[in-house]
Design a binder for this molecule. Structure first.
Ligand SMILES: Cc1ncc(COP(=O)(O)O)c(C=O)c1O
Length: 381
């Protein structure tokens, strides 16, 4: 967790790259740098790394290799799946999503809406779980895509994905059920087909892989228009020279992550629980989503009387990096759209901080972090 004594608790924004991922990235750049689409021996070497990595990455999610297309990250995968199917469609086509999605989905949905399509933004309850009845009512024979994130990046709250996919398929078997699993993949083992997920967005840098690499999973049988036009890479689905080193780094990160997942999740869960329980002893706070299923690595805390910006700056000065919520929205002083959707009281909506743990956590970190937060709050009062 520590780099030069600075405590990094912002893994939901991005994670440090795992050594194995860095090594795989570097080795590929040095030894297999040729264009994977070329026709000579070095290209074949790059192509082999690409296809072996694709096969391995697919197997981690119970998917087939041809269901995996590499992208520049989660944002590109979400944009691709949400926006392109509406190209050349009658404006009777509809999109259903939720009010708590990451900006990559929300802004894509708003783009679809601005092109004249009906978009349903389904609300959630006060714990951050999507309202199922409203979701069911929003699906109809015109629904082209239903997009629901597996778990929220600000609160860690998990959505009833399997149930929602089932609802969609019962009402309209032709609707594509998409899930942004970018945050969930960090600490959950997911089998897309078993969960009823038909397309998904994954990002390398959330699991200790390189930045600038991601995956667009699309179930066999579905076709979506290309997002980037140009060469015929990635089975003619995505143009552009493939980032083979990034793919190799992602595969290596995933391999280490999957081999350690059970023990890492247990440690993170324990340390996070110690962190939350210790803080609760002396500080007036609410842990968001405490009564529902959450990802183990995210702890979103509402402090009763402390402004989050003030606390974030003070924590930074005391050597701890946290964030108010989505990195994509930081800098903007706007309240979080996720907390707004959860109808968090206006008086405390700017009193939330997200503490997010990661793969490099160590025993004792929960206690240590709680001590620093407590000390910082005392200094502020
Ligand atoms: C839930 C979620 N979706 C999508 C993204 C975007 O992923 P990327 O940074 O790879 O574009 C993020 C990153 O913060 C995220 O948390």
């Amino acid at each position: 967790m520590n780099k030069n004594d600075y405590i990094y608790l912002d893994h939901a924004a991005t994670t440090p790259m795992r050594e194995v991922a860095f090594e795989a990235y570097k080795k590929t750049e040095m030894d297999a740098y040729a264009n994977s689409s070329g026709g000579h021996a070095l290209s074949r070497k790059a192509k082999n790394i690409l296809e072996e990595s694709r096969e391995y990455i697919a197997s981690c999610f119970g998917a087939a290799p041809n269901e995996i297309t590499f992208t520049s990250g989660g944002t590109e995968a979400d944009n691709w799946i949400i926006k392109t199917p509406f190209t050349h469609k009658e404006t009777t086509a509809e999109l259903t999503t939720t009010q708590i999605e990451h900006e990559a989905v929300l802004a894509s949905a708003e783009n679809v809406q601005s092109n004249g399509f009906n978009v349903n933004f389904v609300s959630c309850d006060s714990e951050g779980v999507t309202n199922i009845d409203e979701f069911r009512k929003s699906i109809n024979s015109n629904t082209l895509i239903a997009s629901v994130m597996y778990a929220n990046n600000e609160t860690g709250v998990i959505q009833p994905i399997k149930e929602m996919s089932k609802i969609v398929k019962e009402i309209n078997p032709n609707t594509l059920f998409h899930s942004d699993v970018v945050q969930a993949v960090a600490t959950k083992k997911l089998n897309f087909h078993n969960l009823g997920i038909e397309s998904a967005a994954i990002s390398g840098h959330k699991i200790g892989g390189p930045k600038g690499i991601g995956v667009m999973f699309l179930k066999t049988g579905y076709k979506i228009p290309s997002f980037l036009h140009g060469g015929k890479q990635e089975l003619e689905r995505r143009a552009g020279t493939v980032n083979v080193s990034g793919v190799a780094g992602l595969a290596a990160a995933l391999n280490e992550q999957q081999n350690n997942l059970e023990k890492d999740v247990e440690l993170i869960e324990n340390e996070k629980t110690i962190f939350e329980n210790n803080l609760k002893k002396n500080i007036d706070l609410i842990v968001v989503g405490e009564n529902v299923e959450r990802l183990c690595h995210i702890s979103n805390i509402q402090f009763k009387d402390i402004n989050s910006e003030t606390l974030m700056v003070a924590l930074d000065l005391n050597g701890m990096g946290v964030s108010r919520g989505s990195a994509c929205a930081s800098g903007a002083q706007k309240p979080s759209h996720v907390l707004e959707a959860m109808k968090v009281d206006e008086q405390v909506i700017n009193n939330h901080l997200r503490f997010s743990f990661g793969w490099n956590i160590q025993k004792g970190d929960g206690e240590k972090c709680a001590e620093i937060v407590e000390k910082t709050i005392k200094e502020l009062s």
